[in-house]
Design a binder for this molecule. Sequence first.
Ligand code: GDP
Length: 443
Amino acid sequence: MFDSLSERLNSVFKKLKGHGRLDEQNIQAGMREVRLALLEADVNYKVVKDFTQRVKERALGQEVLKSLTPGQQVVKIVKEELEELLGGEQQGLDLKAKPPVVIMMVGLQGSGKTTSAGKLALHLKGLKYSPYLVPADVYRPAAIDQLHKLAGDLNMPAYPSTSSDNPVDICMRALEEARQKAYTAVIFDTAGRLHIDETLMQELVSIKEKCSPHEILFVADAMTGQDAVTVAQRFNDLLDITGVVLTKMEGDARGGAALSIKSITNKPIKFVGTGEKLTDLEVFHPDRVASRILGMGDVLTLIEKAQEDMDQDEARAMQEKFQKSKFDLDDFRKQMGRLKKMGSIEGLLKMIPGMGKMRDKLKNVQMPEKEMGKMDAMINSMTRQERSNPKIFNASRKQRVARGSGTTVQDVNQLLTNFDQMQKMMKKMVGKDGQPQLDMNSQ
Ligand code: GDP
């Protein structure tokens, strides 16, 4: 996600930070490079023009020229403006209405609509809703089966549409049924075409008129870049969409669609899809994404991911431990187990401040079963005191643990080093107020 843009911007900032003081000339030169970086990221040219203009005006203002750390100030301005570009304040689903909340998914074929409908159902279930999935794409033969299969995987009900039904009738009847059965969320998976066509659009307009959905989410494939933006604009003109789901973000190194869609349609990105699995959906937080683009990491999303399968009390206790640096080897073992479940280490590193650059070295590294087993055995062989205060480890303690766990002193040393690094990182990641530190790269 945003890899190339991130690299380009960071090299511009490195140059800017290299100057003791900034003058108009080096700010102008820096902005030219920012402009090129955004254009290369396939951001809409008009959006780029406005963006660089705004950043330039602010950067040439007194706050930067007078500052003792002018490079840092420019980075701060770019971060704030990037946040704006990505949508400003985070905007979630509109869930204020009396249930059932009605969500209509629209978009072109292959954009990831059906998959996103399933992901969203799972997300809503996590928010204690009981979702009803409604297949309303009667044209693509496999679409109804696909949604029924997803519903089966999720153990959720789906409306029994058939390909001979009329899509508008399907939605109306399904909504009626949802009310009767007290489902609290209804998700319409509507038909997509390869291109926008009038009949399809009219059908969507009729569903909107008859069912008054609270959310109309336009689903777009991020990899299609500016095409996604143009299509979003057409759907928005006709349907007045309420938000966007950008899919396949994990494969989009450039990020042009994400960076243009809000400015062009004035509608927020609410979610991003980051893989084919039903759990691969992230709530879109413009501030956190801006942070990730600038290589500052996204600690909050990381912590949230790690907490997904903890209960509330456990999550709170872990957060407190992070903050008070009371993180011990038992916690370390728990976290490593979770990281392993969360998938590739590469993806996780992107979220940790300053770790983006280590990524290439660790590409596709998975936590091997064998290593996890060894770690378990070593921690099991430690005394309670050793686990909570590994500083007391001397040579004889290490030998005892190695013997007890069938490993070597080298293995024990490696575990203690890894633990030490993670502990340091935790301290750095979470500031005193529990908020992530801003510019870790500059330290
Ligand atoms: P629809 O025609 O719009 O309903 O699209 P589908 O939901 O059938 O998705 C088309 C393809 O994109 C399927 O192979 C999905 O698994 C895949 N897909 C959907 N969302 C994502 C995503 O976020 N990341 C990746 N890598 N693939 C996705």
